[in-house]
Design a protein around this ligand. Structure first.
Ligand code: F6R
Length: 586
């Protein structure tokens, strides 16, 4: 998704903005640009491709001045190209803006502006905003008021950064899109993502939806967009460091984040779940929501709740239908970024209907924490690789702790606290085998992941990891479902991962493995059951672990396998094509 950043102070704006934009490259983008206000007005450098490519051709640092804004674009309106890259300006080049989000009423506004004689240079919705602001400030005596009035006309989602020729200020606004203000010593910043600013400041001011702010070197003034009333907002001190967002000697962030999982688990297991447990104890009806990997974590929690005899249903957030939700209900929302638009929209709807909300996230002050009654931070540190790896383990750790604290299951809590050491052991002992497996499997093109019970969310996550990063076809089924259709796809050179821990599901998993072998599929058995391991064409031997904790452990070699295969196939594991780290559009 798009990333935005801005700076006002005494330093060279283009340098700080370029460096900040590089920190949020992981969000995924196809073009980028920077605008700086110098002695001769606003100058812009932008283009298609990665920052490094644009910089090599055009040299961002040629932009002189100490006020500026920057953007990485993930195309929505119009193809990725220099023309459509941000910043966008009004006709005279006196207002420049960067925008993250989608303006839903942009065609109506565009028609209106065309009738007033405005000529459009781009296909973007954003250009409309630059022209609207330009017209509005030319009519208004007060610059803030002029900008606010223009923003009032926008419908949809936006995080905006604006500079105006001759005005020593940065202007920002947010609605349904992430935006933080960073406070430095005699300098101020804004960004769509805390990680862009970590090198410069830890002091972040969290804007609310519907806020508009003007920033100068000394601070910021915040207003409500709706009525122009000035408001105060909380300032937090983030605990993440710039170093946490570095590769620290690893070839890729994905590898670093996989290898870091023992520490990530320890941090997540220290999360305070007391308030969430009281809400869970008193809830009548429990819905668990999330998207992608976070949804698979939701499935694990649903399973654990059912095991305790507690009614719970998990939903993919974009499919969550809250028509039955009322004030007796409790929603548990899981989101690494805390900014996923689908999750946020479902939560806002449920909140309006009176539901109580627990959120489990990794990002302090993120949007979903603002609608929560209780927030639990998984505390695994910044996850820069686009794929969720350590955040998934962090989510699971918190969810298991929540479930076992709720049921006062001391024995399982004790087992759970062994997870950091055990994951460390799996990382050490399975690496070589996983690397060998990746040599074999990289020759194949179709992968199925099957399991039963609590192993099924792990199979789903295994398939998601593999397809996201290698672009190979990978899908997952409950093992029992194979024979109801998908088995028709099995033949030689189709790989089937059987997640088959010794326990209540192993006998039936044995049957499914035989069904796959009979169709000549290449079965890779992941198990601690010697009898089942013998049936695999390839094997991934796992340590014996409590059956309920299988997802926490079995996903680790599958993450590594996806990583090794991507590297062998020369795919970028940190920024897979078409994917974004934080999906801020519905
Ligand atoms: C998978 C992945 C995505 C996210 C999904 C939800 O590797 O990263 O499937 O899990 O987009 O994101 P969050 O957890 O930020 O809400």
């Amino acid at each position: 998704m798009c990333g935005i950043i801005g700076y006002i102070g005494k330093k060279k704006a283009s340098e700080l903005i370029l460096s900040g934009l590089k920190k949020i490259e992981y969000r995924g983008y196809d073009s980028a640009g920077i605008a700086v206000m110098g002695k001769d007005g606003i100058k812009i450098i932008k283009g298609e491709g990665k920052l490094r490519e644009i910089d090599e051709k055009k040299n961002f640092l040629a932009l002189e001045g100490d006020i500026g804004i920057g953007h990485t674009r993930w195309a929505t309106h119009g193809p990725p190209c220099e023309r459509n890259a941000h910043p966008h300006t009004d006709a005279k080049g006196e207002v420049a803006i960067v925008h993250n989000g989608i303006i839903e009423n942009f065609s109506k506004l565009k028609d209106e502006l065309i009738q007033q004689g405005v000529k459009f240079e781009t296909d973007t919705d954003t250009e409309v905003i630059a022209h609207l602001i330009s017209k509005s400030i030319s009519k208004s005596k007060d610059i803030e008021e002029g900008i606010r009035e223009a923003i009032l006309r926008l419908e949809g989602a936006y995080a905006l950064g604006i500079i105006v020729k001759g005005v020593r200020k940065l202007f920002v606004a947010r609605k349904n899109a992430p935006l933080v203000i960073g406070r430095g010593e005699g300098e101020m910043f804004f960004a769509s993502d805390i990680t862009a600013l970590l090198e410069y400041t830890k002091k972040m001011i969290l804007l609310e939806d519907g806020d508009f702010a003007s920033l100068d070197e000394g601070g910021c003034t915040i207003y409500r967009i709706g009525d122009g009333q000035s408001v105060r907002r909380e300032q937090i001190e983030v605990t993440w460091t710039a170093q946490m967002a570095q590769k620290e000697g690893h070839a890729h962030f994905m590898l670093k984040e996989i290898m870091q999982q023992p520490q990530a688990l320890s941090a997540a297991l220290s999360a305070d779940v007391k308030d969430a447990v009281s809400l869970l104890k008193n809830s009548e009806n429990l819905a668990i929501i999330g998207c992608g990997t976070s949804y698979y974590a939701a499935l694990v929690f649903e399973y654990l709740m059912h095991k305790q005899g507690k009614g719970a249903s998990s939903y993919i957030a974009s499919e969550f239908n809250s028509w039955k939700i009322g004030n007796e209900d409790l929603i548990v929302a899981i989101s690494q970024s805390g900014e996923t638009a689908d999750t946020l929209a479902a939560l806002k709807d449920a909140k309006n209907k009176g539901a109580k909300i627990i959120v489990i996230t990794n990002v302090m002050g993120s949007s979903i924490t603002r609608v929560a009654d209780v927030s639990i931070m998984i505390g695994v540190g910044p996850e820069i690789g686009v794929l969720a790896t350590k955040s998934f383990l962090g989510q699971l750790a918190v969810l298991y702790k929540l479930a076992y604290t709720l049921s006062s299951n001391e024995k399982m809590l004790e087992k759970l606290f062994e997870a950091p050491a055990k994951v460390g052991e799996i990382l050490r002992t399975s690496k070589e085998n996983v690397q060998n497996l990746s040599d074999e499997l990289v020759k194949l093109r179709d992968f199925f992941f099957i399991s039963r019970g609590i192993g099924y969310p792990c199979a789903l996550e295994g398939a998601l990891k593999l397809k996201e990063v290698t672009y190979l076809h990978a899908e997952s089924y409950p093992a029992g479902e194979l024979k109801h259709g998908p088995i028709s796809l099995l033949e030689e050179n189709v790989a089937v991962f059987a997640i088959a821990p010794l326990g209540s599901t192993s006998a039936k998993m044995g049957g499914s493995i035989q069904e796959c072998k009979a169709r000549n599929a290449k079965v890779i058995v992941m198990s601690d059951d010697e009898a089942l391991l013998k049936e695999g064409a390839l094997t991934l031997r796992m340590p014996s672990v409590p059956e309920e904790l299988v997802p926490l452990y079995y996903i680790v070699p599958l993450q590594m396998l996806s990583y090794f295969m991507a590297v062998k196939m020369q795919k970028d594991p940190d920024q897979p094509r078409n994917l974004a780290k934080s999906v801020t559009v519905e």
